[in-house]
Ligand binder design. Structure first.
Ligand SMILES: [Zn+2]
Length: 144
């Protein structure tokens, strides 16, 4: 049984805008929300400034996690880009997947556009997660 999560269309647009601004370096960030619904995206600087690797700025990551907690939201997703186009987790991604409860979004370059796939990563293996894009406004918007 494949899990389904819900993402507002506007959130995807915000993510793509950030990834495109950082391209060709890998970019990353965190998603929070409640239950199966993503509500907030926070971009985090990639301290490696690499086209093939990422490591989130620990200070920004901590600030984001504190903000989620203050807002009563859970860390639901980890986003990073694959400018080279790989649409699945790399060996490094599997090794460095520290949040088995989060959904890992991989945004990959497909020609000039960005596509994405979502996975859950557990113990060196990964499973696809279904993402349903919704038209609703961001419910976390007014508290940020
Ligand atoms: Zn990766």
């Amino acid at each position: 049984m494949i899990e389904t999560y819900f993402v507002p269309e506007k959130l995807i647009a915000q993510i793509v805008e950030h990834l495109q601004a950082c391209h060709p370096e890998e970019a990353c960030g965190l998603l929070a929300g409640k239950d199966q619904t993503f509500q907030v995206w926070i971009p985090i600087a990639n301290v490696l400034r690499s086209t093939t690797r990422y490591r989130m700025d620990p200070e920004q990551q901590l600030q984001a996690l504190l903000l989620f907690e203050q807002n009563g939201q859970d860390l639901l997703g980890i986003v990073h880009s694959h400018p080279n186009g790989l649409d699945s987790p790399s060996q490094t991604d599997l090794r460095e997947a520290y949040y088995p409860e989060a959904v890992y979004f991989i945004f990959y370059r497909d020609g000039e556009t960005w596509n994405y796939r979502a996975y859950r990563i557990q113990q060196d293996s990964y499973y696809p997660v279904a993402i349903q894009v919704t038209k609703s406004t961001l419910s976390g918007e007014n508290i940020l």
